[in-house]
Design a protein around this ligand. Structure first.
Ligand SMILES: NC(=O)c1ccc[n+]([C@@H]2O[C@H](COP(=O)([O-])OP(=O)(O)OC[C@H]3O[C@@H](n4cnc5c(N)ncnc54)[C@H](OP(=O)(O)O)[C@@H]3O)[C@@H](O)[C@H]2O)c1
Length: 399
């Protein structure tokens, strides 16, 4: 939009200056006095050229590929820029992106706090949906025109991308692009955490932090598919009804009374699995309350987040210094497990990703909840909204 407005402003300025100049210098006298064919022709040519220039620039802009790029460190560094792509290489497809899904990790990548963040200029973004435009040699399972969704190890905040076809899957027929851009990262995270690491079994009692968020809602659906009793936490009262409606058995608003609230919610039930996305005391208290053989799965630490272009260093430092610490020698004595993972490493294991997707498909989960939709150009606004901690479901940008 910025580029477009710049073009429009330049065009108008150019036309205006030229027309005014010309009218003053030539046409005024000329029309008032004697007709001058040469001047009239020049005016006509310049005016027509100006009129053509704007639409040509406009169309050029629309056809342009654009992506957000920055050097990690500050959200303020991120800008939408035109770029070009070569034809897809063997094994790749070119996707025209229609929707981009935000993930919490994007914030840490933009801030430069994520160890996997590429060095130098990069495009954030881990997932998208769109339409296959062209395929490289050796790709037979995807075809131009096919609606798809996919994951990418960065590079998702873009209008187009060439991507290894193994990380692109067909979009279910009854899903729109927004839904497609909301599925893969958060569902794979929730499933890998609960099932692969947590060894989820039917009837387990599960605690899911940020249950109204992207990962949280998918974890809730998976746990419910296994007929589990789910206690979910949220950061504010505004999310309680929503979480209940989505099927959460007990909803706790995190706060001073968390330990008691969790005890009351469990009401004597053993706690088998915790999905921790917040950290700090919301790690320590449930860990203490885990049943023997229970597993606490750490997938994130959203408490480090604050609103702003750059991280709040003092807050980071304080949380870092006061982070929970586990004595490994104590684990066999108390018979509990702590596991962690980062989905980005699954990108290097495409076969495992497809196997997990098949297992997830067998659960027939309802489509993910798209909570907030903004136009692609409003990426900064969307990230600030995400940082606020007020979102419910997925935040998606549409192209
Ligand atoms: N390991 C992996 O591969 C992986 C992959 C995807 C996501 N994750 C992690 O999973 C968690 C959820 O990710 P998501 O993308 O689905 O996001 P999300 O849950 O949709 O949104 C984040 C939520 O975190 C909570 N939160 C707690 N403290 C916060 C703070 N200081 N600032 C802002 N929000 C805060 C807020 O909900 P409430 O306050 O209501 O709880 C907020 O809505 C994140 O920790 C993320 O890093 C990990």
């Amino acid at each position: 939009m910025f580029t477009l407005l710049t073009y429009a402003a330049l065009d108008l300025l150019w036309l205006n200056l030229f027309a005014k100049n010309f009218i003053r210098k030539q046409v005024g006298q000329y029309l008032a006095a004697q007709p001058d064919l040469k001047a009239g022709a020049v005016f006509y040519l310049i005016f027509t050229a100006g009129l053509i220039w704007f639409p040509v620039h406009y169309i050029d802009h629309l056809l342009n590929m654009q992506r957000f790029t920055l050097r990690a460190g500050s959200l303020a560094n991120m800008q939408l820029r035109p770029f070009t792509l070569p034809d897809p290489a063997p094994g790749e497809v070119r996707v025209a992106v229609r929707a981009v899904g935000l993930n919490f990790a994007d914030i840490y990548a933009i801030w430069g706090l994520y160890s996997a963040t590429p060095k130098g200029e990069f495009t954030p973004g881990l997932e998208y949906s769109g339409v296959v435009e062209s395929v490289g040699s050796g790709v037979s399972h995807l075809h131009p025109g096919e609606r798809v969704m996919g994951v990418t190890r960065f590079g998702g905040y873009t209008s187009h991308l060439n991507i290894d076809a193994r990380y692109v899957v067909p979009l279910p027929e009854d899903w729109d692009f927004k839904t497609g851009a909301s599925f893969l990262v958060q569902t794979l995270t929730a499933y890998y955490g609960l099932k692969t690491l947590g060894a989820l079994e039917r009837g387990y009692n599960v605690l899911i932090h940020s249950v109204a968020g992207g990962v949280g809602l998918q974890a809730l659906k998976i746990a419910k598919a296994y007929e589990c009793f789910v206690v979910g936490t949220v950061g504010s009262d505004a999310k309680v009804d929503f979480a209940r409606k989505e099927g959460c058995d007990r909803v706790i608003v995190r706060g001073e009374g968390f330990e008691n609230d969790l005890k009351n919610a469990l009401d004597g039930r053993p706690l088998h699995i915790v999905i921790d996305t917040v950290g700090g005391r919301y790690f320590t208290i449930p860990f203490k309350m885990l049943a023997p053989m229970g597993r606490l799965i750490v997938v994130g630490s959203s408490r480090y987040t604050s609103v702003g272009n750059k991280p709040n260093i003092f807050r980071l430092l304080y949380y870092f210094l006061t982070r929970p610490k586990i004595d490994p020698q104590q684990l066999p004595e108390i018979n509990k497990g702590v596991l962690g993972f980062n989905l980005i490493y699954l990108y290097e294991r495409a076969e495992l990703m497809h196997q997990l997707l098949q297992e997830i498909a067998a659960l027939h989960l309802a489509p993910p909840h798209v909570g907030h939709v903004l136009p692609f150009e409003k990426m900064h606004e969307a990230i600030r909204l995400f940082q606020s901690g007020k979102t419910m479901g997925k935040v998606v940008l549409e192209l």
